[in-house]
Design a binder for this molecule. Structure first.
Ligand SMILES: [Zn+2]
Length: 234
């Protein structure tokens, strides 16, 4: 099992690790700062260096608690020491998109009681699905405007760990309509100061000012429990 460094520190761009398992072009490391695609958020990419040879990482995913790095080339073996380097341009966009999703979901929930039913956070565009009675473009635009005003003002984003029984006393902690808190004694909490508190395993900006501006791209109506909005950040 690998130690997930990104859970404790979202600012790690490079790290040293040891290969603990290899299966074809998939490797598992004893520790990793690469974010695996999970929770509707796209994975990091980057590369591993071993003896001055570079192995590009084309995918990172999680399975049964293990984190697998899919490499463009074969060659690494168990016991190899590697230096991991994360594609920081890509990570920066993903964290801005991800924190924007938290901000938007908080506003939709607090203003009109809309719950998230799904999300897909990616580099070019991101998508959030809401459960919403009326799907009115001007209402959605007003919510996005509200989010952009909050971004201009700024708010700190804090990540910390909390005992589950304590965390569950926080109202609205789990906003994903179908989501149950993970079966753990300690939850990882992502808090946008004064705006939102979520149990979450992802990487985020440290102040919402870093999001920039949220641009609404498209609305799609897939039924009452699936009102989709597409956005990007600029
Ligand atoms: Zn999240």
């Amino acid at each position: 099992m690998s130690e997930a460094l990104y859970l404790k520190d979202c600012s790690i761009m490079e790290f040293d690790a040891k290969v603990i398992a290899v299966e074809g072009n998939k490797v598992e490391l004893d520790r990793t700062a690469f974010y695996p695609r999970s929770g509707g958020v796209a994975n990091d990419t980057g590369y591993l260096l071993a003896d001055d040879k570079k192995y590009d990482i084309i995918d990172v995913y999680k399975q049964d608690g293990h984190i697998y790095h899919v490499l463009a080339e074969l060659g690494l073996k168990q016991g190899d020491l590697v230096h991991g380097v994360i594609n920081w341009e890509r990570r920066k966009i993903l964290v801005r998109m991800h924190t924007a999703a938290h901000l938007l979901s908080a506003i939709f929930y607090n203003k009109i009681g809309a719950k998230i039913t799904g999300n897909q956070i990616d580099v070019d565009k991101s998508r959030i699905d809401f459960s919403l009675e009326s799907f009115d473009r001007s209402l959605i635009e007003a919510m996005v405007e509200e989010a952009n005003k909050m971004i201009e003002k700024g708010a700190e984003v804090k990540i910390y760990f909390m005992r589950k029984d304590e965390a569950l006393k926080i109202p609205g902690l789990v906003k994903l309509a179908e989501a149950q808190p993970p079966d753990l004694d300690v939850l990882r909490i992502v808090e946008i100061s004064g705006i939102d508190v979520q149990a979450d395993g992802g990487c985020h900006v440290s102040n919402i000012k870093e999001i920039g501006r949220i641009v609404l791209l498209k609305l799609e109506n897939k039924g009452k429990t699936n009102r989709r909005i597409y956005y990007r950040v600029e």
